[in-house]
Design a protein around this ligand. Sequence first.
Ligand SMILES: CC(C)(COP(=O)(O)OP(=O)(O)OC[C@H]1O[C@@H](n2cnc3c(N)ncnc32)[C@H](O)[C@@H]1OP(=O)(O)O)[C@@H](O)C(=O)NCCC(=O)NCCS
Length: 180
Amino acid sequence: MKTLETERLILRPFKLSDLDDFFEYCSLETVGPNAGWSVHKNKEESKTIIEGFIKKGDVLALVDRFDNKVIGSVGLHQKPDEFGNMQTEIGYVLSTPYEGRGLMTEAVRRVLEHAFLELDIDLIHVYHFKENKKSRRVIEKCYFTYVGETVYQTVSFGKKESLAYQLKKEEYLKLREELK
Ligand SMILES: CC(C)(COP(=O)(O)OP(=O)(O)OC[C@H]1O[C@@H](n2cnc3c(N)ncnc32)[C@H](O)[C@@H]1OP(=O)(O)O)[C@@H](O)C(=O)NCCC(=O)NCCS
C-alpha cells in the first residue's frame, strides 16, 4: 500500500529502522493478545514480522506526526474465507499509551477511503474478540455493519469467539455522501 496521510498520522510502509518502536508496542501485554498474537519476547521476533510486512506490502505503519514515532499499524489482508474464496480483512493495533484519542478511527477511515476509492475493493471484513469493546467502538465509528458471531482463527491462540462485521463499497459511498 502507498503512503497515506491524516491530520495527526502518516501511514506508510514499514522499514527495518522501525524495529525499536515496533518492538516497544509488540512487547506490551495489552496489544498483541487483543488482536490474536502473542507478546513479542525479543527484537529478533519483531524483525522477522517487519520483514514479512515489507515483503507482502499489506500493512502500513502508523507514524505519530507529533513525535515521529511508529505507534501502531493497519493492515489490509487477503485471506481465504471458510469456502476458500479470497476476502479482504482489515486489522489494526495501537500502542497503549496512544489509546482513547480517536487515532485508530482516524487511521482506519483513511485506509477505507483508499481501499474503496483507489484500490477498488468491493467488500471489507473486520473482526474483534467478544470482549474487545474498544475495537468494537472503532468498527462502529468506521461505518461497518454487524454480521454475526463467528469463530476466528488467531495467529497464536487457536480459534476464539469473535464478532464479524463488513462494509460494502456501495454502502460506504452512500454514507460518504450523507456525511458531507
Ligand atoms: C482497539 C484500539 C485499536 C483502539 O484504538 P483507539 O485509538 O484508542 O480507538 P479510538 O480512540 O478511535 O476509539 C476507541 C473507542 O473505544 C471507547 N472505549 C475505550 N474503552 C472502552 C471500554 N472499556 N468499553 C467500551 N468502549 C471503550 C472509547 O471511548 C472510544 O469511543 P468514543 O470515541 O465513542 O469515546 C486499541 O485499543 C488497540 O490497538 N488495542 C489493542 C489491539 C487491538 O485490540 N486491536 C484490534 C483487534 S480487533
